[in-house]
Ligand binder design. Structure first.
Ligand code: COA
Length: 375
């Protein structure tokens, strides 16, 4: 490495951009455009948070009506995409089909050459509306069921769950999914948002930037963790097995999914809220065994490593209780984070700067060339 190159492994502590969208406080708080999420949860719906992230302010009543009706009317998918989802291999991971479908949405954008700020804001709303529909449609066609259309009189999160399961959503479920979606809507410069901003920084289109983000979210160190949390909860038979299971994993040098965080030194505030939601939902479906296992795992991991659960840990029991199978956990995350991704892409366009870091070269210099016939 050249002497003056500063190498930050994993870009730890490097601020790669400035943002007004959200702030992750290492002391254990999260702010969306200035609002502490503790003040928002239970008081606003996902559509209000969409408005907050895209327009940097909470909507008034008529702005909320506008954003909700735009989102619901944009939930419809081009029929060619529904056909592709029907024809997708059933054994592929849903995130693969979803990544492809989102990329394909770009082909059906009726305003492909419109790159003004207004056109991109409209595009952002379309993507926020359509990603949950892609997820719901994929789930239904995989299960040989017809896609369900949204209802104008339902809220956005309510429509999403209704379109996914095809049955009415009650008040408690609606509130739970609203909280889940709000808590997953944005989170500073996380890996997938960074990927989206890097793509947007070249002035590539919004669909390309979101596709980069979706691929990045899928990994188990990011949004892919919650699916594995559910796997762990099913692997552990009872409370008595928890301690030995966790100690065995740590002894083998494995990470416990749903724990640890790059920024938070304290408990992830999203985890606190999801724990509460998870407890209520587990009581409802008479699966307090899952909630108790989570609490026990949390205690043991903290005792062994002094780390806390992150957003993906309690998200698993929340989605499970809402009837979402574990391979669709990351798609539900993507259906919420699309709000933050598009807000960051818009912000990146307005920054107008290429994100292009350098690398520390650690290879050889002056290697003698040998012609192919002599190698
Ligand atoms: N299980 C066990 N140990 C963990 C851990 C986990 N989930 N997360 C972090 N640690 C330990 C590491 O082994 C490391 O210990 P060491 O210093 O003795 O080597 C230390 O804590 C720092 O971890 P590191 O992986 O360097 O932190 P990071 O900032 O690079 O990674 C995560 C952050 C989120 C990738 C990491 O905590 C992780 O892999 N968690 C599990 C996956 C997950 O839940 N992802 C969702 C994130 S929202």
């Amino acid at each position: 490495m050249a002497d003056d190159t500063v190498y930050a492994r994993g870009l730890r502590d490097v601020a790669a951009c400035q943002t007004r969208i959200s702030f992750v406080d290492p002391l254990g708080a999260l702010y969306y455009a200035g609002y502490d999420i503790d003040r928002l949860i239970g008081r606003v719906c996902f559509e209000e948070v969409v408005h907050l992230l895209l327009y940097n302010k909470l909507p008034n009543k008529s702005e909320l009506d506008d954003v909700r009706s735009t989102l619901i009317s944009e939930m419809k998918l081009p029929k060619q995409i529904i056909t592709c989802l029907r024809q997708a291999p059933k054994n592929s991971h849903p995130m693969e089909n979803i990544r492809t479908a989102i990329s394909q949405l770009g082909e059906y954008d009726s305003n492909q050459n419109g790159h003004s700020e207004a056109a991109n804001k409209q595009r952002a709303l379309k993507l926020i509306a359509k990603v949950p529909t892609i997820v719901a449609t994929l789930y239904r066609v995989r299960n040989k069921q017809d896609p369900v259309s949204p209802k104008k009189e339902y809220g956005f999160a309510e429509n999403f769950l209704y379109m996914f399961r095809g049955k009415l959503v009650d008040v408690e479920e609606k509130a739970a999914l609203d909280s889940f979606m709000i808590l997953h809507a944005d989170h500073g410069l996380n890996a997938s948002t960074f990927a989206a901003r890097v793509t947007a920084s070249t002035f590539s289109d919004m669909y390309s930037a979101v596709t980069s983000a979706v691929g990045t979210l899928r990994g188990k160190l990011h949004g892919g963790a919650s699916e594995r949390v559910m796997g762990m909860l099913l692997d552990v038979n009872n409370l008595g097995e928890v301690e030995a299971y966790i100690q065995g994993m740590l002894f083998d040098g494995k990470k416990i999914m749903g724990f640890g965080h790059r920024i938070y030194a304290a408990e992830d505030p999203r985890s606190r809220h999801l724990r509460k939601v998870g407890k209520t939902l587990c009581q409802r479906i008479d699966r307090m065994d899952l909630y108790r296992k989570c609490r026990r795992i949390q205690d043991v991991v903290h005792k062994e490593r002094k780390i806390y659960p992150n957003v993906d840990f309690y998200a698993a029991i929340v989605l499970n209780a809402l009837g979402v199978p574990k391979e669709f956990f990351t798609p539900f995350f993507a259906s919420s984070r699309i709000a933050g991704w598009t807000a960051h892409i818009l912000e990146q366009y307005s920054e107008s700067v290429l994100i292009r870091p350098t690398s520390g070269y650690i290879g050889a210099y002056g290697t003698k060339f040998i012609p192919i016939e002599k190698r």
